[in-house]
Ligand binder design. Sequence first.
Ligand code: HEM
Length: 128
Amino acid sequence: MKHDIQTRDDLFLLVKTFYEKLFADELLQTIFIDVAKIKLEEHLPILVDFWDSILLDGDTYRRNQMEKHTELNKKFRLEKQHFDQWIFLWNQTIDELFIGEKAEHAKFRAKSIADIMSYKMDYLNKEL
Ligand code: HEM
């Protein structure tokens, strides 16, 4: 039976499953594997903190996630197609694992952030 996102263990399962999809995705895998050279054992706990602060009132994320993406964009131009695919896989992961208010909120917030990020990257890329 699916349930809502309730604990940090739920968040860990969510981001781990999501990253398995990102790493297997034809369009996005190169950004994570070759460009950013993500080390999952370091990266996943940061993402758990980030989503904890949004969904479960956690207070451990003290970093600037937008800056990470503007830096990444200098090495690999992030375009609308990348954000659309990121959101597609995020929503798919959530729907496979969870159901409920927090699950819906996680989809809603990710889309809002992706829209702002995409707008910002477009703006920066036009200036280059
Ligand atoms: C095209 C879409 C995206 C791509 C390719 C992407 C890629 C990445 C990469 C490679 C990193 C690691 C950067 C580093 O450690 O140097 C990262 C970090 C992160 N991303 Fe994304 N991302 C995307 C969209 C998003 C969205 C929409 C969100 C939020 C809903 C998000 C949230 C985060 C967070 C919280 C981190 C951790 C930042 C930190 O270290 O504090 N990303 N992303």
